[in-house]
Design a protein around this ligand. Sequence first.
Ligand code: BGC
Length: 421
Amino acid sequence: MKLKKTTIGVSILTATVLAAGAQAEPKTNMMHQWAQGSEAAAIAKLGEMFEAAGGTWEQTAISGHTSNTLAKLRSDVVAGNAPAAVQLKGPEIAEWNATGATANLDDVAAAEGWDDVVAPELTSVMKPTGSWVAAPMNIHRVNWLYSSPKILNELGLEVPATWDEFNAACDAIIEAGYTCIAHGAADWSDATTFDSVVYGMDADLYRRAFQEADVDAMRSQGMIDAFAQLRKMVGYMDDGINGRSWEQSMTMTMTGEAAFFLMGDWTVASANLAGFKEGEDYLCNQTPVNWGGNGFILNADSVVFFNQNDPDYVEGQKLLASTIMSPEFQVTFNVAKGSIPSRTDVDLSVGGFTQCQQQGLADLKASVDEGTLVRSMAHNMTVLQKYRGAMMEVITEFVADDSITPEEAANQLADAVELQG
Ligand code: BGC
C-alpha cells in the first residue's frame, strides 16, 4: 500500500512539473561509468522508465572506472559542454556544487518528501550545504566476501570471520591446489581489497587514514600491518591477475576455481546475469573483521545535474530526478544492480531482491547501531579524486611489485597525499 501511495505522489508531481514546463519536452543525456554487462543492463532500466514517463533518453557511457567519468566530466565542463545529468559520488558532489554549476533539486525533493525517505547515511553527501544537489540511486556495500561453497565444503572450512582465520583458510586452500583469492589487478580493485583489509584490522585507523586523510595514520604501525596483510594476500592470488576483469575474477570463485572473491555487491548483479545461484555457487559474508560485530563500508551511486539553458534538458532533469527517487525505480534498478535502495521505505522481501541484498540491508542497520559504518575510499566516497588517485597508485604499485616493503608503502601513501597539498 505504501508503495502505491508514493507512486501516485510521483505521477502527480511529474504531471505538475510537465505542466509548469509548458512546451518543454523533457530530455536528458546522462553521463556514467556503466558501459557493459550487468551495469549497462541496470542503467538501461533508468532509460526505459524515463522514456515511459515521457522523456527522451540518451546516455554517454564512459568505459573504465569512475576516474574516467570524472576526467570526462571535467573536460566537458571546461569546454562549456556540461552534461545535463552525470553519475557523481561522494565529495566530488560538494566540490562541483561549490562551482555554482549544478542544479538545485530542493523543489522536487520537497514535493516528493525526499527528506523523509532517503537513508540518513546518504543525506550529508547528497546535501553538501543543506540543499539537495544529487539524487541517490542506491547503497552498495563494498566489504563483501564471496566464497565457493564447493571448495569450503570439500576442505571442511568455515567462512573466515577474522584475518587470521582468513590466512589459515588460504594456507589450507593453496595446499589443496586451489587459488585462494580470485583477483583482477586494477587500481580500484586493489583498493577495494585494501579498504576491507584496513577496516577489518582497525576501523579507527580506516577512519583516520581514509576518511580524514590523516598522514600520521597512514605512516602508523597499523597501516604497515595492513600492507603486510595485503602482501600475504597477493601471495594467495594466482599469476593471472593482470588484465583480468572483476567479472572474470568473480567467475573463478563461482565455478569453484578460487575460494574467495573480495568485491562490492555489484557482484550479485553480475552473478545473477550469468546464472550463478546464491547458496549453490557462492556464499556472501562480510569481509573479515578482527574486532567482532558487523561492519559496513558504504558506497552510493548518485546523479547530479548541471545547469542547462535548453528548457527541454531542464525539464528532463526534474523528470529524471523524480524517476530515480520513485519506489518503482528503486526496486527495479537495485534488483538489477545488486545494491540496496537509497529509500528506507522499500520492502526488500518482495520484488526479486536476493538473500545477499536483504542481508546487506540488515548488516547496514546493525553497523549503524554499532557505530561501525564507514564510507569507501576505494569507491570515491571519502576523499577527493586527486587524493584517492594518489593513494590507489601506491596501493596498486605495492600489489604489482613485491620488492616494496609494507613500511615503504605506508610512507609512500602519506607522501603521495602530502604531495597533493
Ligand atoms: C560503482 C558501482 C560499480 C562498481 C564496479 C563502483 O564504484 O559505484 O556502481 O558497479 O564500481 O564498476
